[in-house]
Write a new protein. Structure first.
Length: 216
């Protein structure tokens, strides 16, 4: 059976000395720890045969993608807005205020900002396109925490609400939220519909490289 594998890699930890919600703000690259986390993901994917690597346009995602590509020289890299970070109302706000909201970046915000269902809609369109173009192959997509969390919840049929964002461990994942540089692989059989047959999750490093603060 020929499987189509789409591995989503969350970017590594971000250098964020002011401890703000960075969202789509420019100038937020990987920290030293984030680079190590991304290297761990690159090592975990080293033996995979990749058709293409696709990255969010943001700096932290592209830096992660470049580290992944060190193990896959010659693999083309495509920048894709469909896997960009969520358009947040709270960009620039202190993280401690988001912690007080239990990392809910969606409730009570003005119109015009993305909700979880909006994020999943664009990712579903993206998945349909890449499954058609790269059927039977393996691709890697570098994206962001909330994008991955809500796409995973959709795949499992869980309601797309803020309260569910940190509940992936209830689905059998080793983390309650996609860890920096974690690898979440959607596996499709030829006969599958829109949702994958299975989802595999890997945090490719131990506690020594684990993040101490979840930014979302």
């Amino acid at each position: 059976m020929t499987l189509t594998c789409i591995s989503f890699v969350r970017h590594g930890q971000v250098y964020n000395p002011e401890q703000v919600v960075y969202g789509r703000l420019p100038g937020f690259g990987l920290s030293d720890l984030g680079q190590q986390q991304a290297q761990a993901a690159a090592n975990a994917l080293r033996d995979s045969v990749l058709a293409i690597m696709i990255s969010s346009p943001l700096q932290r995602a592209q830096e992660t993608a470049q580290i992944l590509l060190t193990q896959h020289p010659g693999t083309p890299l495509c920048i894709e807005d469909a896997v960009n970070e969520v358009a947040f109302y709270f960009e620039g706000w202190p993280l401690h205020k988001m912690a007080a909201r239990q990392w809910d970046l969606y409730s009570g915000v003005p119109a015009g900002y993305e909700q979880p269902s909006d994020v999943v809609t664009r990712v579903r369109t993206f998945l349909s396109q890449v499954r058609c173009e790269y059927a039977g192959r393996h691709i890697v997509v570098v994206s962001h925490g909330d994008v991955l969390a809500y796409t995973i919840l959709w795949a499992y049929g869980v309601p797309l609400i803020p309260e569910k964002k940190h509940t992936l461990d209830q689905l059998g994942f080793s983390d309650d939220y996609p860890a920096p540089a974690s690898i979440t692989t959607f596996i499709y059989r030829p006969e599958d519909g829109e949702k994958p047959s299975s989802v595999e999750y890997l945090r490719p490093y131990g506690d020594a490289l684990a993040d101490t603060i979840s930014p979302k």
